[in-house]
Design a binder for this molecule. Structure first.
Ligand code: PLP
Length: 309
């Protein structure tokens, strides 16, 4: 690693963070034209990397980005970025944008996609304390976009809706903003998925409610089964949330966090519940298991030039 600065992978080369830039003509910057992934590495293993790469490439397919990097090459580049930064625990951001073009929106002016990978030690959103105490949420006035194949199932570079919802949470002095779908059914938080527990049963909104198919969500769904609980993917009304026994959110950035107040109404007894705690413990165990991801030592080093400051 050159100096102390983190190294950022840009189109096959490593650049020190202070010099890691892409063109202002990149359509990712001009139009939000691109897709991304947030991934974590735990104890030397990139957690559920295969699943993240799969979602990334599904997004690349739907948005018709002509990327000439195979999934295997992308996997190696992600792991190599963690390795080059001498990290064992990291938050990783992978961005694939349409690339540099002209000022018009026409994607054909962009001959080559841009690929950026960052890896840094980033603590879970809301901090570790939130796991013990729980956080608060409001129901945002912004609705998740309709199910049209481009808006919610795709992790695109356009997060303005989530940003606006977050502002509503900030204004209301709450930690998170929950969004409903166009019908008024519960969808997801501005950057994470929702689980609700009632009478020892787990419930989570389905894709039809405009949720991003979270990698954490999928693993937690399996975990509830491994722990012997029933889980239903179904429509959930806002009223059902208010009378839930427990609510928690899942996401790579935040991991698993109990939600103890919704719109000012206490959830359960206002403290993280026993099933949520069981899931948090189970998930922590899973993240330490090398079989749950790609160990850093299991991939080849990428031949990439390192630019020095
Ligand atoms: C809108 C939204 N929903 C859900 C998630 C959770 O997905 P994952 O568990 O794959 O991080 C994220 C996080 O990226 C998100 O941005």
């Amino acid at each position: 690693m050159a100096g102390k600065e983190p190294l950022v992978f840009i189109d096959g080369e490593y650049h020190p963070k202070s010099e890691a830039t892409v063109s202002v003509y990149d359509h990712g910057f001009l139009y939000g034209d691109g897709v991304f992934e947030g991934i974590r590495a735990y104890n030397g293993t990139v957690f559920r990397l295969k699943e993240h790469i799969r979602r990334l490439y599904e997004g690349i397919k739907v948005t018709r980005i002509n990327l000439d990097l195979t999934k295997e090459q992308m996997t190696n580049a992600v792991v190599d970025t963690v390795r080059r930064n001498n990290l064992t625990d990291a938050y990783i951001r992978v961005i694939v944008s349409r690339g540099r073009g002209n000022l018009g929106l026409d994607p054909r002016s962009c001959p080559k996609p841009s690929v950026v990978i960052m890896a840094e030690p980033v603590a879970p959103a809301h901090g570790k304390e939130a796991r013990e105490k729980g956080i608060t949420a409001i129901i945002s006035g912004y609705r998740r976009d309709r199910v049209d194949g481009t808006s919610h199932e795709l992790k695109s570079l356009n997060y303005i809706q989530s940003v606006m919802a977050k502002f509503q949470a900030i204004d209301a002095n709450a930690d998170e903003a929950l969004m409903l779908d166009g019908r008024g059914m519960v969808s997801e938080f501005h950057g994470s998925n929702l689980f609700m527990i009632k009478d020892n049963r787990f419930n989570t909104p389905s894709s039809a409610s405009g949720v991003l198919p979270g990698v954490t969500r999928a693993r937690v769904m399996r975990l509830t089964d491994e722990l012997g609980y029933e889980l239903r993917e179904r429509d959930i009304t806002p009223f059902e949330l208010m009378i839930a026994d427990e609510i928690f959110l899942t996401g790579t950035m935040a991991e698993i966090v109990p939600v103890v107040k919704m719109n000012g109404i206490q959830i359960g007894d206002g403290h993280p519940g026993p099933l949520t705690k069981e899931v948090i413990r189970g998930f922590q165990r899973i993240t330490q298991d090398p079989k749950e991801g790609v160990p850093i030592g299991a991939t080849v080093q990428v031949q990439a030039r390192v630019r020095t400051p």
